[in-house]
Design a protein. Structure first.
Length: 151
């Protein structure tokens, strides 16, 4: 496949899947298999990183007002009822640490299986099921809340 055409195809895949709650990286890897192309070359690996960099860097710009608001009211929160550990920034830090420790300890295992297509596929399906269940539970609790009698 022509490099320019491949670049357009990969850019479209990255752009579309970046807005979905799924792994755009996994979709690039799946496209590699489906299109019978190799992105193992250093050039294409760097390309994959650079096209994802745009999506990553747009977040601080897009959410600048929210980030500013979070920083300005840290740690007390908007209503003054938060602490450093219950403020969204503190909770994000806790989530990062809880995720980073096992990831650091399992670096070799993760690296060995990082580009395994079956693991990617299973992860996408499992993540989709979890999101579907959470969404269904949230919708159910919202509808129950609307139907609750007023006191």
């Amino acid at each position: 496949m022509n490099d320019y055409l491949l670049s357009v195809v990969l850019g479209i895949i990255e752009g579309v899947t970046e807005f979905l709650p799924v792994s755009s990286t996994a979709h690039l890897r799946i496209a590699e298999v489906l299109l019978h192309i190799s992105l193992a070359d250093g050039y294409w690996k760097m390309y994959s990183i650079v096209i994802q960099l745009g999506a990553i860097l747009c977040l601080p710009v897009y959410f600048r007002q929210r980030f500013s608001k979070l920083w300005s009211n840290f740690p007390q929160g908007e209503r003054g009822d938060r602490t450093a550990l219950t403020h969204p920034l503190g909770l994000t830090l806790v989530a990062f640490v809880v995720t980073a420790i096992p990831a650091f300890l399992l670096t070799k295992v993760i690296g060995k299986h990082l580009e395994n297509l079956f693991i990617m596929g299973d992860s996408l399906v499992a993540g989709g099921v979890v999101m579907w269940v959470v969404d269904a539970l949230h919708a159910k609790s919202e509808s129950a809340g609307r139907m609750a009698p007023l006191a």
